[in-house]
Design a protein around this ligand. Structure first.
Ligand SMILES: [Zn+2]
Ligand SMILES: [Zn+2]
Length: 174
């Protein structure tokens, strides 16, 4: 059995649409490599920083992802290798275990497609686009029914006043 404690920079593609591990940030692997009949059993944990934005309110999210992983890397010619489809088993290439695809799959499959800044994030106001969590509880917009809009305009403006009450010309007394 072998222990492995390694920090490596995150590659470019550890992300889904709204959230991911920023490229170049430190990914920490703490793994045990155990020799078993069929190959090498890799288990342990992976820790990576996350940045993204909330799917409801677009607020930025910063978090740390911490995941357990366990995977068998099969020896060439082992029964596991022989009885598994090409893409459903990881293989040991010579003396080499390629841990990056395992780490990537573990991280990317755990990323939420619709991350939220907090579980009960209320999202954005559909009328003004502001975060509802930043607004008072009674935040609302006056809704004017379009069918009444014409009337509101008619009665709302004092433009149609009937003739200015100007001074009437003084009648001449002669
Ligand atoms: Zn949010
Ligand atoms: Zn609003």
């Amino acid at each position: 059995m072998q222990e492995l404690d390694r920090t490596a920079p995150a590659p470019e593609d550890w992300r889904v649409e709204l959230i991911g591990v920023p490229a170049g940030t430190e990914v920490h692997l703490r793994l045990r490599l155990e020799s078993v009949m069929e190959g090498v059993l890799v288990s342990g944990e992976i820790e990576a920083p996350l940045t993204g934005s909330c799917a409801r309110c677009l607020e930025s999210i910063e978090d740390t992802l911490s995941l357990d992983l366990q995977e068998l890397y099969a020896y060439e010619g082992s029964t596991t290798e022989a009885t598994s489809e090409e893409d459903e088993v990881r293989r040991i290439e010579g003396d080499y275990l390629d841990l990056e695809p395992l780490a990537r799959d573990t991280v990317v499959l755990a990323l939420p497609l619709a991350p939220v800044c907090r579980d009960d994030c209320a999202g954005l106001c559909v009328d003004c686009g502001q975060r509802l969590d930043d607004l008072p509880d009674d935040h609302a917009h006056e809704i004017v029914d379009a069918r009444w809009a014409g009337l509101a305009a008619k009665f709302g403006t004092p433009s149609s006043s009937p003739g200015a009450p100007g001074e009437s010309p003084t009648t001449e007394e002669n």
